[in-house]
Design a protein around this ligand. Structure first.
Ligand SMILES: [Fe+2]
Length: 213
């Protein structure tokens, strides 16, 4: 488990072989959000208990079951917590979201500010979450060294290119990318380093992007 103290209050929790679940928390007000409980929220729930955190939000970056399967258990455990998802992917969930977010939506977890970006491509309503303008949780949109698949149902190559190049690439280089899977050489990296090394961010045109193996 990777826990960032100081200005980024974020726990990166490995679920199974390569999924990442995150707990965003405000240490001052003891509030928290779980991002992508995955198929086993045991670690995330234990983290909340260990740090005496009140769960406000269960945020789902997209509807795929490896990110969402245990969300219902979390909601049953903490009935006051609100399920947060995009409208597009919320329609594909087995549970009903309480809050639908879109491009530019914002929420607060205590003193921690969350800004949402709608980044379709892997799914029609994938979202990324910018935490205090310092950490970017990218779900299956951007991985370290790669991006999410676009050949699954609802995936779209041109939407992914737009999401990566017109939305995520415009964020500052010192933002740290926290992906939904541990597919890269490191579990997280600066966006600036990814801009320089990630093949999917280096393609200049949709045609170049489409030819990446
Ligand atoms: Fe996915």
């Amino acid at each position: 488990m990777q826990v960032h103290g100081g200005s980024i209050a974020l726990a990166q929790l490995r679920i199974g072989f390569d999924n990442f679940c995150y707990v965003i928390y405000c240490a001052t007000q003891k509030k928290a959000a779980i991002v992508d409980p995955g198929f086993d929220a045991t670690k995330a729930l234990a983290f909340l208990s260990a740090h005496e955190l009140t769960l406000l939000y269960i945020i789902l970056t997209h509807y795929h079951s490896d990110h969402t399967a245990d969300a219902q258990r979390v909601r049953s455990t903490v009935p006051a917590a609100k399920v947060v998802c995009s409208k597009e992917d919320g329609q594909r969930l087995s549970l009903r979201p309480d809050i639908e977010v879109s491009q530019g939506s914002a929420l607060n977890v205590g003193t921690v500010h969350l800004e949402f970006f709608l980044t379709p491509g892997h799914t029609p309503g994938g979202i990324c979450i910018l935490v205090d303008k310092k950490a970017l949780l990218t779900g299956d949109t951007l991985f370290i060294g790669d991006c999410g698949r676009t050949d699954l149902p609802g995936g779209d190559l041109s939407h992914m290119f737009h999401s990566l190049h017109d939305i995520l690439m415009r964020l500052p280089d010192d933002v740290i990318v926290y992906p939904g899977h541990d597919y890269g050489e490191t579990p997280f990296d600066t966006l600036g380093n990814q801009k320089r090394t990630n093949k999917t961010l280096q393609a200049k045109t949709l045609k170049e992007f489409s030819m990446i193996p």
